[in-house]
Design a protein around this ligand. Structure first.
Ligand code: FPP
Length: 332
């Protein structure tokens, strides 16, 4: 399992217990820092950032501490007349931020604020003749991430039948590589983030039988480094966010046990900051909400005590998703 060679150094005396209170404080701080440099400079990530923060709080069972009215104002402000959501008020609609807005409003139990027909119209307008999706109107970039975002958005709104599902699946399968991985476009390099998106698309549309499960699971399991951390591609350093992209992909195809759980838990716990709170990409780096949510989500998938159970396809708690939660039934 330790074929990946480049690795992070595990510090002596690294943290070995989760610090849930610290992480909740760290995340809540982001709602109170409008004038900080970091807040201003992250405008292009605002709605995604809200999704990372809300999901972290949901995993920590602290959702009630979030400033609901402020969050809803920000999300409504990012809604555009074309039916999609931008990163923030005044930003063009993008499929990624549209998914994040739908995820946030689902988490807040406020799907009633979504103009479902308008969102469906926006998503449908991004699908191309070959089944792929652009991320935003008029930009010819049919990345498999956008296929997943489109499918997930419509699944959460129970409107999957509104797009050409067979077309999406055929396009995603064109991006399936000989090594068992998936790339961004047909014939591009396998990458764990794209694998998560492609497997999520296949799972959501009931098409997992179209891949060679063992070959894909092997590529994913080979991402574990001797430190226990997971990397996104061969020869890359381990990164906590891949505790999600790799582990969730393995969970969806029923092969989570192909990686060593104990050392991965140690790697994620060692990446916490016990003063400021939050989780970083790897031990001793600076923490941020992106790595915090994917670290917590990875720990939840690994069954770490005290965290709400997470859905491996949507990266939202199963409690929040209710009947929308994806019951993973890996193919025989
Ligand atoms: C790594 O990107 C990650 C990906 C390519 C996956 C991105 C996934 C989505 C957009 C779907 C999000 C949805 C949910 C439910 C979480 P990177 O640019 O950091 O890659 P690098 O590590 O190679 O730089």
């Amino acid at each position: 399992w330790n074929i990946a060679r480049r690795d992070a150094v595990m510090p002596v005396g690294a943290l070995t217990e989760l610090l849930p209170e610290k992480h909740a404080d760290f995340i809540l701080k982001y709602g109170k820092t409008e004038n900080l440099y970091e807040y201003v400079m992250s405008e292009h990530l605002r709605i995604s950032g809200l999704y990372w923060c809300l999901t972290s709080l949901d995993l920590l069972d602290k959702l009630e501490s979030a400033d609901m009215d402020l969050i809803i104002d920000v999300i409504n402000g990012a809604k555009n007349p074309d039916g999609g959501y931008g990163a923030s008020k005044g930003h063009v609609s993008h499929i990624l931020h549209t998914l994040c807005a739908v995820q946030c409003l689902t988490t807040l139990k406020r799907q009633d604020l979504i103009d479902v027909d308008a969102v469906v119209g926006f998503v449908k307008g991004l699908q191309q003749a070959d089944g792929s999706f652009y991320g935003l109107n008029e930009e010819a970039d049919n990345d498999t991430r956008f296929s997943f975002c489109a499918v997930a958005t419509l699944y959460l709104l129970k409107k999957l039948e509104e797009i050409d599902v067979e077309g999406v699946v055929n396009y995603v399968m064109q991006c399936y590589n000989f090594d068992g991985g998936f790339g961004t476009y047909p014939k591009s390099e396998s990458h764990a983030g794209q694998i998560y998106c492609c497997i999520g698309t296949l799972a959501t549309t009931n098409n997992l039988e179209r891949i060679d499960i063992n070959r894909t699971a092997r590529w994913l399991a080979e991402r574990q480094c001797p430190s226990g951390g997971l990397c996104g591609r061969p020869e890359k350093l381990p990164d906590v966010c891949y505790s999600w992209w790799v582990l969730a992909s393995l969970a969806i195809i029923g092969k989570q046990h192909w990686i060593d759980k104990e050392t991965l838990v140690k790697f994620i716990l060692a990446s916490q900051d016990d003063e400021l709170g939050g989780i970083a990409d790897r031990p001793e780096d600076e923490t941020d909400p992106f790595h915090t949510v994917f670290g917590l989500a990875g720990l939840s998938l690994l069954g770490y005590e005290g965290l709400q159970p997470i859905d491996p396809v949507f990266c939202m708690t199963t409690r929040t998703l209710g009947d929308l939660s994806f019951a993973t039934k890996p193919p025989e």
